[in-house]
Design a protein. Structure first.
Length: 79
């Protein structure tokens, strides 16, 4: 999937949770949503992209992506 689209999706999710008064709860909500809703390939891609250049992510989305984990049997991303 196009990384710009993934960034936009993560930013939209972060915008939804931005109204949460507790920042940690907002980040946890974003992580939970992405973890349950996104395909592991999508998660792998945004994690890798964020590690290389997180410029396309909002601050809240970036904080959540930094906390994302992959299933233990995930393969490394292919470029």
């Amino acid at each position: 999937m196009d990384v710009q689209r993934l960034n936009a999706m993560a930013n939209d999710i972060a915008a939804y949770f931005a109204s949460e008064p507790d920042r940690e709860s907002a980040i946890a909500g974003i992580v939970n949503h992405i973890g349950k809703s996104w395909d592991p390939r999508m998660r792998r891609q945004i994690i890798q992209q964020s590690a290389e250049d997180a410029a396309g992510l909002s601050e809240l989305a970036r904080a959540a992506v930094d906390r994302l984990t992959l299933p233990p049997d995930s393969e490394p991303p292919r470029m």
